[in-house]
Design a protein around this ligand. Sequence first.
Ligand code: PLP
Ligand code: TYF
Length: 396
Amino acid sequence: MLETVDLAPRDAILGLTVAFNEDPRSEKVNLSVGVYQDEHGKTPTLGSVVEAENILAAGPSNKAYLPISGSPGYSEVVQELVFGPEYQTAGHLAGAHTPGGTGGLRVAADFLHANFPQATVWLSEPTWPNHPSVFAAAEVPTKTYPYFDQQTNSLAFEQMLAAIEKMPAGDVILLHGCCHNPTGIDPTAKEWQQIVQAVAKRGLLPFLDFAYQGFGDGLDEDAAGVREFRNAGGDLIVCSSFSKNFGLYRERVGALSIACATNDAATAVQSQINRAIRANYSNPPAHGAAIVETILRDQNLRETWEKELSAMRDRINGMRQQLVDSLEAKGVPGDYSFITRQRGMFSFSGLTKDQVEQLREQYAIYIVGSGRINVAGLTPANIDRVTEAIGAVVSK
Ligand code: PLP
Ligand code: TYF
């Protein structure tokens, strides 16, 4: 029977790292997968994480199952981080600790399929390629709304609003909380206000994928959109990932936080979320969430973590400027100043599929086919090689 199984395509992004690892060229540079690297090209384990692990190792061991929705203490500190410390309607929240942001997306997708089978989820065009895959796996229909204006390298705000105004009531709109993947372009505070108003007016359910809190401008600054929705008081689904901002990629730590209008609604939603989790992975792994909870509850550790997060953010934003300066210094044709206005790990560079291919084949520089560059993969040691190669392929 199994001999009839077809070969599945590689993941468009993770597959590139497989190819990168197999590449024998020593000068190779990986700017594809969204993993932070320091100025030496290493993905560090944060000092705050090491300290939290030491505290946990010294404490009592417990390998019994966690509750279905994970540690209740974890959801509490996550909700404070996401919605802000002044948020007082904790009684109207449902939530769960999920295996990574992806786990949270899948649980939310299963929840939507079971409870709102007619609802379509609207995705930005472009979006993270795993978004359509996760919703398809949960049999949730998706459509797209315009997001990126290629001419101006900015948000296609008017087209986006016009699309929202035509979405059927009862549908779900997925927005990136900050650091949009793959474009690096986020709405301004004023644009968020207009989006929140339009979403409420149409009777849509907002769903924010919040995978990079703290990587753009700061923990609170990056939550501007989430908090604009929260302040408006309607229903809201937020899916957090702590892969990037805690550097806990392989520990698989994320969370689902759902704001409801009443206590009864929150209780019912929680029961449906738990049902989706039970059929998925039963209950979450404990270690990564225990690290996050330990850091967020200890004032000193939290300060250390916030400093480490700032350092990652500052390095990325610094490399954005260096990338633009280096392209300019090398006389590469084109205005690349838009790169400094983008936020988070990624930059939509405008490089074509063909140029991306040449960079990989001729220069061992790996970029996602859409032209998305992981700015966090640039270092003082590789930036000149990268901009020289970009210059060579765009000048052809
Ligand atoms: N959502 C977006 C937009 C992402 O870029 C990522 C990145 O990995 C995720 C969700 C999922 O994160 P995780 O690795 O925690 O599953
Ligand atoms: O977009 C990225 O590079 C990250 C990492 O299937 C990632 O979000 C990429 C692809 C994937 C899972 C994670």
